[in-house]
Design a binder for this molecule. Structure first.
Ligand SMILES: [Zn+2]
Length: 231
C-alpha cells in the first residue's frame, strides 16, 4: 500500500472523527478524492462504480435521465450548478426524492482556480445555500469545474472534493457509441465515471453503460458509499 493511500485512509478516519467531534461547528476540509483512495476501503468483493453527472440540472434531459435510472434501480451523484438549481428547483427536489446525492459544482461554472479566494468561496457558498433552500440539506461534496481548485482554499465549509477516474469527454463527442466504448474500455472496480446530464447522447450512453456493467456484476453506488466505506 502506497504512502499516499495510507495517508488518505487516515485522512478519512480523521475526517470522520472530526465531523463527530465538531458537532455543529464547521471545519475546514480540503481533500481530493478519486478511486486511488477508494479501492483499498472496499471489503465486499462486489464490483462497484459511481456514475456522476455534472452541469445540470437540465430542463431537457434530467427528468428522462432520472426515469431511466429509476427503471434500472441505480443511484447516482449529481454535481449541479447553483444558478441552474435556482432556475429548476423542481428537478433538484426530484433528484433528492429519487435518492441520489446532490453535490456542488459552483454557482456559474467558473474556474475556481483563477478566482480570488473570496470569490471562489462565494461561488461554493451561494450554491450550497441554493441547494439547502430546496432540499433542506447542505451538500457534502464539491466538484470544482474543470477539476480546477486552488491550494489552501479555506471557505470554512465542511466539504469533500470529489474528482473522477473515467472521463469519456461526453460533452465534446456527443456520440453515444463513443462514450459507451470509452467507458467500457477504461472502467474498473471502484471507479468514478464522469458524465454530463445536458445531452441525450450522454443519457443514452449512461443507460447502456449501466445495462452492460450490471450484466458483468457491477453495482452502481453514490460517491459517499465509496469514500466512507471503511475497512
Ligand atoms: Zn462542469
Amino acid at each position: 500500500m502506497s504512502r499516499i493511500r495510507k495517508a488518505l485512509i487516515w485522512m478519512n478516519l480523521a475526517l470522520a472523527v472530526l465531523v463527530i467531534a465538531a458537532g455543529a461547528c464547521r471545519i475546514r476540509v480540503n481533500h481530493l478524492v478519486n478511486a486511488e483512495s477508494m479501492n483499498i476501503k472496499k471489503t465486499s468483493g462486489i464490483k462497484e462504480v459511481a456514475l456522476t453527472f455534472d452541469d445540470g440540472p437540465s430542463p431537457e434531459c434530467t427528468k428522462d435521465l432520472l426515469e431511466g435510472l429509476k427503471e434500472r434501480n441505480v443511484k447516482a451523484t449529481f454535481f449541479v450548478i447553483g444558478e441552474k438549481a435556482e432556475a429548476y428547483p423542481d428537478l433538484i427536489k426530484k433528484i433528492q426524492d429519487d435518492g441520489h446525492i446532490i453535490g456542488n459544482h459552483s454557482y456559474t461554472h467558473v474556474n475556481l482556480g483563477i478566482l480570488s479566494k473570496k470569490d471562489a468561496c462565494e461561488q461554493i457558498r451561494k450554491t450550497n445555500d441554493v441547494i439547502y433552500q430546496i432540499t433542506g440539506e447542505y451538500p457534502q461534496f464539491l466538484r470544482s469545474p474543470f477539476g480546477s481548485t486552488q491550494k489552501n482554499l479555506d471557505c470554512q465549509m465542511n466539504m469533500i472534493e470529489v474528482l473522477w477516474d473515467v472521463d469519456p469527454r461526453d460533452w465534446e463527442v456527443q456520440n453515444k457509441e463513443k462514450v459507451v466504448n470509452k467507458v467500457m474500455t477504461d472502467v474498473k472496480d471502484g471507479d468514478i465515471i464522469l458524465l454530463h446530464d445536458g445531452y441525450d447522447s450522454s443519457m443514452l450512453a449512461a443507460f447502456e453503460i449501466i445495462d452492460r456493467l450490471q450484466a458483468q456484476g457491477y453495482e452502481f453506488v453514490t460517491v459517499d458509499k465509496l469514500i466512507f466505506e471503511l475497512p
